[in-house]
Write a protein that binds this ligand. Sequence first.
Ligand code: ADP
Length: 467
Amino acid sequence: MKKSLTILLLTVVSILVLTGIEVILVRKIYLLSTEKFDYRYREIVQKGLFFIEKRSGNRGLDETYKFLDVVSAGYMNVLRSKDVDTLSFRQQVLEQYQKTLVKDQKLDEYLKQYLEKMGEPAGFRSYFRITDLVFLEETSVLSIYNEADDSDWNFSKSLGVPGEQKPVNHYGFTGNNFSIGFDYYIDFSQKKEIVLQQIAGSLVLAILALVAVGFMFIFTLRNLLEERRLSQLKTDFINNMTHELKTPLSTISVATRTLENDSILDDRLKTRETVSVIHRQNRQLTKQINHLLEISMWERKQFSLERKEIEVEPFFAGIAEAFRWECKESGCAVEEKYSIKTPTAYLDEVQLTIALHNLFINAVKYNLGEPHILLEVVCEDRLKIMVTDNGIGISREDQKHIFDKFYRVHTGNIHKIKGLGLGLFYVKQIAEAHGGSIDVSSHPGKGSTFVLNLPVHGKSQHSSGRR
Ligand code: ADP
């Protein structure tokens, strides 16, 4: 048990480690693919920008430059007449130049056309970041902004350029009244989708591997639990069997020791009584051992059914009558109901008698009051045999297992009601060998109904058992 728990714990830890490694690997693959994507598209965009510039000069920006040159002349006039060269004035100027740049430029449009022609994804967002701005006078220059001083302004942050992005190009222009330098950034909106598509294979494989490991874990866990259940059943069976064999053996031992006593041999009556005790216990022992032999026969499928045509009602009435005699002392009542449309059926008399006897015995054994058994037989196109009792009943959970070999409901004290957990197992085997089935419905404290459902027609001889 301890060993299984350790294995279980180790498996859980291994799965967690494996999951961790997979997550790290997939993340690494994602980052690498993103980097590869950035590198490739930077190259494509740079080629595109070069092409645009060579084919049509700085066409995407010419109009903007011209406009800004005029604006700069205006600002210079203001500066000459008033003393307004304050930090907030410069910030205002810079923001206006930035806005004009973004609004008036045609670079995005040309680049989009180029990318579409090249068959590349053209969904992108651009950013312009002014790096320096200078007003030019005939004899002097007035620096409005330089990115080296940006710590005071925090201007670049306000532009919302994604932090990890590298500019695809740097532009510089010097006009009559101003000089400007700025970086051009491109952010592909479909980047995530494209990268995810590229790594989809690895992602699916990683998920499949995890699912496979998960399945293996569940499978192993189920096996482990089943193994525990079987081991528990085995222990219970050995305990019960030891008890069943030990009782007759010790009685025989006491009886033989009594017979060794000379004085008892003179008393014929006592001798006969003791010998009959030995006989009875011997029969009991033989019965138990035959039980075990029978199981191994069922296991090896070495039994065969001896089916023959029997008259249904007299057959079951005979079994009920015999049982009435058998349990006379326990005050057990056996009631019968018949609804017979097909009077004969092909059945193995001996096996079916054993099956029904097992059901009757259980109805008496698992009963705390006066047992009342109702046997109902309906024979139409199938033969339905129902055995209802007023016993202790069986819980839903136990109902799932009572037909398993060696299964006994735990009563706390396993020797209180004797048994080996084989009776219902036999009944099920016999039903299935006939091509039928057995079912139970029960309510704890109220009683149980066992239903055997068998075909009426079968091969008349020696059909071998199925499991
Ligand atoms: P055994 O009687 O030797 O234990 P069975 O295979 O006949 O083995 O029965 C399996 C278990 O099913 C029993 O241990 C008992 O708890 C439960 N059982 C069987 N028949 C009845 C019944 N008629 N009423 C209540 N419990 C029953």
